[in-house]
Ligand binder design. Structure first.
Ligand SMILES: [Zn+2]
Length: 69
């Protein structure tokens, strides 16, 4: 039952994991969980893309503010 619970996570949990993946290294179990969910869930795939675009935009903005070339 524990195994099933870790494999089938909610979209909310996935969005949290995707955010955390930018701040820390996910465990193998977390990465597998994410991957399986993303295969099954188009909504979270779209969210991941949007998160990446947002992160990139923020990074560029911060870099420009620091005067980094
Ligand atoms: Zn989802």
């Amino acid at each position: 039952m524990v195994r099933e619970r870790t494999l089938v996570v909610s979209c909310k949990q996935v969005s949290e994991l995707l955010s955390q993946a930018r701040e820390r290294r996910l465990t193998l179990a977390e990465r597998v969980t994410l991957r399986i969910h993303l295969v099954l869930c188009e909504g979270c795939r779209n969210f991941r893309v949007q998160l990446g675009v947002l992160h990139e935009a923020v990074r560029r903005f911060v870099d420009r503010g620091r005067g980094v070339d």
